[in-house]
Design a protein around this ligand. Structure first.
Ligand SMILES: C/C(=C\Cc1cc(O)c2ccccc2c1O)CCC[C@H](C)CCC[C@H](C)CCCC(C)C
Ligand SMILES: C[S@@+](CC[C@H](N)C(=O)[O-])C[C@H]1O[C@@H](n2cnc3c(N)ncnc32)[C@H](O)[C@@H]1O
Length: 230
């Protein structure tokens, strides 16, 4: 399963950023900016972006922490990490970001290292959500926050129906034109099995986070799970 997921993201890497802009009508930048704000990252901080992909959130964190901060971006897709590296060299962020190829279920960091963390559209894709939250909790410092942005299944049946319609009739057919039908068709079942905001909060409390709140975005079709470690 892990290999299959990595292969999906390696295949979509060349068009990933362009398709996110199209499908979200450019709105994913706003959602990501909200996650950065909720992570409470500040100048001079040491920050972590899990499942960093092509680096959108890590680059935003780098701008936030400034030249005295440090940012690590972790992902297991070599192709998306190559895009992230190329983008960061082009944009020349201060500090330079350390891009690390690793599995977020086994983070290559000591305990209690990070002041803030983000994860964008990663939690739904990991094979063990509980383990992923445990690893995140382990590497955060006491008092640190994390913001986890992802899709969400809205409770309102009409909005849920619109979300499903959009995925089935806009996203998958457009991706099919680029030869990526199966890759984008994967979003829908991954969303079906993803815990709701309420369930995510419960899981986060169980692994030891002192507080956990799920904030709905885009009429509950997306959400940000905000976590604090005591
Ligand atoms: C940045 C976005 C999604 C990232 C993403 C996450 C995944 O798990 C994938 C899995 C497999 C292939 C690709 C991805 C992937 O790109 C969010 C924006 C893209 C969405 C496809 C857009 C979905 C929009 C919502 C259903 C609601 C639309 C509201 C409005 C039209 C803005
Ligand atoms: C949808 S992309 C999100 C990328 C980026 N965070 C964004 O918001 O655009 C999901 C990413 O999670 C990564 N991923 C999934 N499971 C992972 C794991 N166990 N360890 C490391 N990366 C993982 C994939 O390689 C992919 O880059």
């Amino acid at each position: 399963m892990t290999q299959e997921i990595r292969a999906i993201f390696d295949r979509i890497a060349p068009v990933y950023d362009q398709l996110n802009n199209w499908f979200s009508l450019g709105q994913h930048h706003i959602w990501k900016e909200m996650a950065i704000k909720w992570s409470a990252a500040k100048p001079g901080d040491t920050c972590l972006d899990l499942c960093c992909g092509s680096g959108d959130l890590a680059l935003r964190l780098a701008r936030r922490v400034g030249s005295k901060g440090i940012v690590y971006g972790v992902d297991f897709s070599p192709n998306l990490l190559a895009t992230a590296k190329e983008r960061s060299q082009r944009q020349y962020p201060q500090p330079a970001i350390s891009w690390i190829e690793a599995d977020v279920l086994n983070l290559p960091f000591e305990d209690n290292q990070f002041d803030a963390a983000t994860m964008g559209y990663g939690l739904r894709n990991v094979t063990d959500i509980r383990r992923s939250l445990q690893e995140l909790h382990r590497v955060l410092k006491s008092g640190a926050k994390a913001a986890i942005l992802d899709f969400h299944r809205p409770a309102n049946p009409q909005i849920r129906a619109f979300q499903q319609w959009y995925l089935d009739n806009i996203v998958v057919p457009m991706a099919e034109r680029m030869g990526l039908k199966e890759e984008y068709a994967y979003i829908s079942p991954s969303l079906d099995r993803f815990p709701t905001g309420k369930e995510q909060v419960k899981l986060a409390r169980e692994v030891g986070f002192a507080s956990a709140t799920h904030y709905p975005l885009v009429n509950d079709m997306m959400g940000v799970l905000v976590l604090s470690k005591l």
